[in-house]
Write a protein that binds this ligand. Structure first.
Ligand code: GDP
Length: 310
């Protein structure tokens, strides 16, 4: 079994390759639900849905989130009733949110809801939410606390993040299967995701970090930072404002003690000695996931290198 800690866009692109590189039935995804939000009275799980849509081949290829070809008539219409328009939930995307919300209201636990959605979309891999209880990522800027989606979507990440908290994490428990997946996998991969707000919430669920520290699996991470920059999103800004070096080395330091192998981009080859000085083996390749072929090759290389370390 191969287990992947996953955020949204970066992770889903890697996962598209992984399910081509290995038998998808051997893949378990642990999905970040810290981004989840109540919108228009519906429970929306942005990261989980990005992963499902991407693996189903239905994701909007331009944005990396939402459904290809979706329209926005409902959110447009909701403005009439005073709802905010900054959160882009497509008309077909809303169907998923309605179905999820109804099941949760009926008392179905989140892990069963997600398993059902993955089945409905015909996925062969297993997707687990990190926890069944709500965990909500909050960022703190100069003016105080901000809900994660407000920060990400409404404020377009244009706030200096001074700290991050995961509300509810203290009392959450890993969803059924999460600890076993970490313990029993041959490798655990931290996807090329934001270390603070995509992987961070998963690690904040009690017991997850300890399971990752203790597992006999080879633990690998792919740097979301290439040549000191993100492909997209606020990870570089966060590294900087939270006092870390903005590079693959900065990411490796955040993951120190949790990974055995770090996969970095060819453009960062000069950083190998600094990462290996942290006691982390380094593998250098082209990590820019520009095509399905490149995603598949990258995933195959990560798994091959992890197996070499067993
Ligand atoms: P989000 O929750 O939708 O923001 O997505 P993630 O946290 O999973 O992914 C965001 C991270 O993925 C960003 O820091 C990007 O730099 C990184 N990323 C996106 N595409 C690529 C890629 O092709 N290669 C690498 N190495 N990183 C990528």
């Amino acid at each position: 079994m191969i287990t992947v800690f996953s955020g949204g866009v970066g992770a889903s692109r890697f996962l598209q390759g992984l399910v081509h590189a290995v038998d998808p039935a051997t893949v378990t995804v642990i999905s970040n639900t810290g981004d989840d939000v109540e919108m228009f009275g519906l429970h929306v799980s942005p990261d989980t849905d990005i992963v499902i849509y991407a693996l189903a081949g239905a994701v909007n290829p331009e944005t990396g989130w939402g459904l290809a070809g979706d329209t926005f008539a409902v959110v447009d219409q909701l403005q009439r009733f005073g709802y905010p328009r900054w959160f882009n939930l497509g008309d077909r995307d809303l169907a998923m949110a309605m179905h999820r919300t109804r099941l949760l209201r009926e008392g179905v636990p989140m892990h069963e809801v997600v398993a059902g959605l993955a089945r409905d979309w015909g996925l062969a891999c297993r997707i687990l939410p990190m926890a069944n209880e709500p965990v909500r990522t909050k960022v703190f800027g100069p003016a105080g606390e901000i809900d994660f989606q407000e920060y990400m979507v409404r404020l377009r990440t244009e706030v200096e993040v001074r700290s991050i908290a995961f509300e509810g994490a203290d009392t959450a428990q890993p969803a059924p299967g999460v600890i076993e997946a970490i313990r029993d996998s041959e490798c655990v991969i931290l996807a090329p995701s934001n270390p603070f707000v995509s992987i961070g919430p998963v690690l904040a669920v009690p017991g997850v970090r300890a399971a990752l520290e203790r597992t006999r699996a080879v633990r690998a991470a792919i740097s979301p930072i290439i040549a000191g920059q993100v492909v997209k999103g606020p990870a570089a800004k966060m590294l900087q404002s939270l006092g870390h070096e903005v590079s693959a080395v900065g990411v490796a330091r955040v993951y120190r003690g949790l990974i055995d192998l770090m996969v970095i981009d060819e453009q960062d080859r000069a950083l190998v000695p600094q990462i290996e000085a942290l006691g982390i083996r380094c593998y250098v390749t082209d990590t820019m996931m520009t095509s399905l072929e490149r995603k598949t090759d990258l995933a195959a290389e990560v798994v091959r290198e992890a197996r070499r370390g067993r």
